[in-house]
Design a protein around this ligand. Sequence first.
Ligand code: GRF
Length: 201
Amino acid sequence: MKRIAVLASGRGTNLEAILEAVESGHIAGEVAVAISDQEKALALQRAENRGVKALFMNPKDYGGREQYDRAIVEQLKEDQVDLVVLAGFMRLLTAYFIQAYPLAIMNIHPSLLPAFPGLDGVEQALNYGVKITGCTVHFVDEGLDTGPVILQEAVPIIQEDTVETLHQRIHASEHRLYPTAIDLFCKEKLKVEGRRCMIID
Ligand code: GRF
């Protein structure tokens, strides 16, 4: 059984979807720990409510970005984590962290990468005027939203959309896509060749 850590800074609706998928057997793994850099993150509350270990790790308690990441990696090792899942974790990981978990850190981004990386992927797509956007689950490398793409789902933009309504539909799509990608990882069905991530039987 793969052991998963979820890192989240905010509302944690993706974390909730992942915890639900674990409970209902749609993810062949277990969430060992949820970690947040925000003490008041609803994400931590959601983990606790489901009896999952939830830790607030305050970046201010550490000397800098790398020291903070070293502390997280230490915690992940202690919890024997196989897969790190970023779910609205609003910090860039240092090379140290990424190299500690090669091809074992996932992120979800609210656009069809490589379009609209970085902050405000939803707003960027809306303002650009594209008719189709969506969400992307990818492995994390040292760039910003640049790692190999695992799964994507398209979400059409309708004329009446605001950032809020569009984000809502993208969220719904994320809640399907992320558990699916995590389950594939747990079943060792993902294989990366160069930039291409294959699903193997
Ligand atoms: C999601 O939209 C995700 O794409 C982005 O951060 C948001 C997290 O939302 N990386 P939530 O905290 O899971 O509700």
